[in-house]
Design a protein around this ligand. Structure first.
Ligand code: ASP
Length: 417
């Protein structure tokens, strides 16, 4: 028997494949401009629709989730487990990236021609697409910035960390006031959360078309020559991402939960396809929450807590990508990285991935923090710009898979899955 979720997955997958073929044809037959002007907007509309749900859904569901845990000690326990899982898997992801990049050495031994094309791409791209922040935020700045001075402003700006902070605090305080006064508030936000989930259901009906439009626009624009020069580097990143997803998440699911690895990956597939085509874990969040709760059976309290937090601070794919990219760029410039510098990459890439927002291309911006910490020229970012979009799509898939695996693991250790 086919579940509705599976049918949706099949339709979205078909949308993705047909979109890719259409994009290749557009690229070959020279109608990429048409795709860009008239097809891509459908994809953008789809992403805007799911993004529209994110802020109200995160706030309402996190608030209700926290208030319904009803016990600060339980909340603290779940919070610590969630954070521990996020930090450990992120550190493993970067270490895996470093291991692969140091063993395969994708940036060593490039032909003179390939090197000059890469450096040429630096002068073409730098300054136009990358705005490397002049002042890198300190760890203290990042931490202080979690507290919103004005929560309404946080909502308006869509500052997820601040929204999460305010929702958690409101949820906790709701458990501390008398029930006749807290219940109407909880009921109200429960209603908002239900409405948002319903909206996601409706929006997902157009997901196959949205994915078609997004993918065809990406493929139509894709210059294959740059990809070829950067092929080895791209393969190292993608292989690292695949290894991390398959080894680390499978091991975690197998060790901690009763769910089979197959069911886990099958259940999360619709969200992976959306993450792939949108390149945004934040926009995918409503779908990730839906798959994790409905298909994987994680209780809503844990879903509403772990996933919004994960979509904002947990980016294993981004961290792995930053590890590989830092070593690759250093190799292209002929810089030998010491062990201390590699350890610095582990620490800074963990922090940088926390500070990376779940939006397309955010990870390449925070890569500047990592490069700066080890003294590699920031212009090196331009070298990898040509393949940025495709790698962004792949790392976003891993980012959301990591969040979902955390929710399953935490729920299992609370004996809920
Ligand atoms: N696009 C990624 C995400 O949303 C973040 C990144 O650029 O690495 O998960």
């Amino acid at each position: 028997m086919k579940s509705p979720r599976l049918q949706l997955y099949t339709k979205v997958l078909i949308g993705l494949l047909v979109g890719a073929v259409f994009g290749i044809l557009a690229n070959r037959w020279g109608f990429s401009d048409f795709v860009h002007s008239y097809v891509k907007p459908f994809g953008s509309a789809f992403i805007k629709l799911i993004s529209m749900v994110v802020v109200p859904l995160v706030f309402a569901s996190l608030l209700v989730g926290t208030a319904s845990l009803n016990d600060i000690r339980k909340l603290g326990r779940i919070g610590i487990k969630t954070l521990a899982y996020y930090v450990c898997t992120t550190a493993i992801a970067i270490s895996l990236g470093l291991l692969l990049a140091n063993t395969i050495k994708p940036g060593v031994g490039l032909s003179e021609q390939a090197r000059s094309r890469l450096l040429q791409s630096v002068s073409d791209e730098t300054g136009t697409q990358i705005e490397t922040p002049q002042e890198q935020p300190t760890v203290m700045d990042i931490l202080l910035n979690v507290i919103p001075k004005n929560p309404i402003r946080a909502f308006v700006e869509g500052n997820m960390l601040q929204i999460i902070f305010f929702a958690l605090l409101t949820g906790i305080c709701l458990t501390l006031i008398p029930s006749p006064r807290s219940q109407p508030v909880i009921g109200f936000f429960q209603g908002i959360s239900d409405v948002m989930v319903q909206m996601v259901h409706i929006i997902m009906k157009i997901a196959p078309y949205g994915v078609f439009a997004l993918i065809s626009a990406v493929v139509a624009n894709f210059g294959s020559d740059i990809l070829f020069v950067l092929l080895k580097y791209s393969i190292v990143v993608v292989a690292g991402l695949a290894l991390h997803a398959v080894l680390v998440y499978s091991a975690a699911i197998k060790t901690f939960s009763k769910l089979s690895i197959r069911d886990f990956f099958k259940g999360i597939r619709p969200a992976q396809l959306i993450a792939f085509s949108s390149g945004s874990s934040s926009a995918t969040l409503p779908v990730t929450m839906e798959c994790t709760e409905r298909t994987l059976g994680v209780p809503s309290g844990i879903v509403s807590f772990a996933l919004p937090l994960g979509a904002t601070i947990n980016m294993d794919g981004t961290a792995l990508y930053q590890g590989v990219s830092a070593v690759f760029i250093a190799q292209v410039y002929g810089i030998d990285l010491s062990l201390a510098q590699q350890l610095t990459i582990v620490v800074t890439a963990t922090l940088a991935s926390v500070g990376t927002s779940g939006t397309p291309g955010a990870g390449i911006i925070t890569l500047a923090i990592v490069l700066k910490s080890i003294g590699v020229p920031l212009e090196g970012i331009g070298i990898i710009m040509g393949v940025e979009r495709i790698l962004d799509m792949c790392r976003s898939v891993v980012n959301i898979t990591g969040d979902a695996s955390c929710a399953v693991v935490v729920a299992s250790t609370e004996s809920k899955v």
